[in-house]
Design a protein around this ligand. Structure first.
Ligand SMILES: Nc1ncnc2c1ncn2[C@@H]1O[C@H](COP(=O)(O)OP(=O)(O)OP(=O)(O)O)[C@@H](O)[C@H]1O
Ligand SMILES: [Mg+2]
Length: 404
């Protein structure tokens, strides 16, 4: 790299569009220099563009503000964390014979087996592959290889996870980015961005779960040996907690309920003295803080049981030694990690902290920025590893190649 690369990370969420600008130095240091959060004004719903003009306005606002605070006018690449109610994942496996005399496995063999495994995916007509993620390779007599290239074997077997989404959903996200002047942006499934941001290499290796509690959706990713083995979307997010409060306690409207949740909410009612009351100024009455906590607790229990079911579905219940990492705005509900410890039966449940990035502490320490930071970090890592075209990444296209 001749000069430090200026990288943009975006997160298209239901409650906000996030942009972060980070500078990648030659020595691999990634420094966040600008960031912004912008409400999508209904432009994005459950991960999908719902109103193109509103979405483009929100993206423009976020990017302009992030670039302005970073003092940058140049961009060398864009990564976008995306997800949605219709994103799906599937594990696939296949094998190829190594037919050369010396039986040495080449990169071509590896690519061939990955492609063959991916071809096993029965795509619905309207679906498109977003990622082909290698998990593990096996040769006869030796299992669970991270990279089989240059090893000797008669056959090579690959296990992969495919992430698919409706082609129209992807096309409309790409169009919104295009209309925002961000041609060549590369999309990244949000659990992968969360993983990049908060999981140490060790936690990812030892088995870890990411739970991203957003506004409308919760995304679960189960990682082992650094790879994604299971992913799922649960149609519950912070908004449902707020709605429950308003419906049951009539606090005076959704925005008041939202404020009360943030200021007085907790997932553990027993942490609140039973006589503690909250003043509802607009209503001229009081509400019991314990009862508010009971409503939030009930929804949290429901959500965490659904997370537990997904961890069960992954088949890796006994392999999770790197902890459960909560991210997303919904994870800010006080005492949620303690409740999650009980329900998920895991001693280590933590709020995910972004690792390996320097710069603006108010951005790095704020869970609302996690996925945008993860997107930037993934991009930086690939540039440093020189693997910008690896199948794991889904491939970085023209934009980066043009600029470097
Ligand atoms: N202190 C807090 N306590 C509880 N919930 C909170 C707190 N702060 C924010 N939230 C909730 O976080 C949610 C927004 O989270 P986030 O910004 O991660 O969502 P998003 O990425 O926009 O949405 P999605 O991922 O569903 O597309 C809101 O529903 C909000 O109520
Ligand atoms: Mg989100």
């Amino acid at each position: 790299m001749v000069q430090p690369a200026v990288l943009l990370g975006l997160d298209l969420g239901a409650s906000k569009v996030v942009a972060v600008v980070a500078v990648l130095e030659d020595n691999g240091t990634l420094n966040v220099t600008g960031a912004s959060l912008s409400p999508p004004d209904g432009g994005i719903r459950q991960g999908e563009i719902n109103d193109m003009d509103a979405a483009v306005r929100a993206i423009n606002r976020a990017v302009e503000e992030a670039m302005r605070t970073a003092g940058q006018t140049r961009l060398d690449g864009v990564r976008v964390s995306v997800d949605g109610i219709q994103f799906k994942g599937e594990n696939l496996r296949d094998s190829v014979t190594i037919s050369t005399a010396d039986k040495v496995i080449t990169t071509l063999d590896r690519d061939r087996v990955l492609q063959q495994a991916a071809n096993g995916c029965k795509l619905a007509k309207e679906e498109q592959v977003l990622h082909q993620l290698p998990q593990m390779f096996h040769i006869k007599g030796q299992r669970d290889l991270r990279n089989p290239v240059n090893m000797v074997g008669d056959t090579l077997e690959a296990e992969i996870r495919i992430i698919v989404a409706p082609a129209s959903v992807v096309a409309n996200i790409n169009r919104a980015l295009h209309l925002s002047g961000l041609q060549g942006s590369v999309l990244m499934y949000s659990p992968l961005a969360s993983m990049e941001a908060v999981l140490s290499r060790e936690d990812g290796e030892n088995g870890a779960v990411i739970v991203d509690i957003g506004d409308e959706l919760t995304h679960v990713g189960v990682f082992l040996r650094g790879a994604l083995f299971h992913s799922a979307v649960i149609p519950i997010g912070g908004r449902h907690f707020t709605r429950d409060l308003e419906i049951t306690k009539h606090l005076g409207g959704i925005s008041i309920a939202e404020r009360i949740k943030r200021v007085y909410g907790t997932a553990l009612p027993m942490q609140v003295p039973s006589e503690e009351m909250i003043e509802l100024e607009d209503e001229g009455r009081q509400a019991s803080r314990r009862e508010i906590a009971e409503v939030l607790h009930a929804r949290a229990v429901e959500l965490l049981n659904m997370v537990l079911a997904e961890v069960g579905r992954s088949g890796l219940v006994h392999e999770i030694h790197g902890g459960i990492h909560l991210v997303g705005g919904g994870s800010l509900l006080p005492h949620l990690p303690i409740l999650a410890q009980n329900i998920l039966g895991r001693p280590r449940v933590v709020i995910g902290r972004v690792q390996g990035i320097t710069g603006l502490p108010q951005v790095i320490g704020n869970p609302l920025y996690t996925n945008a930071l993860g997107a930037v970090k993934a991009h930086a890592r690939e540039l440093m590893e020189g693997s910008a075209k690896s199948p794991r990444s889904g491939g970085i296209k023209g934009f980066i190649e043009k600029l470097f």
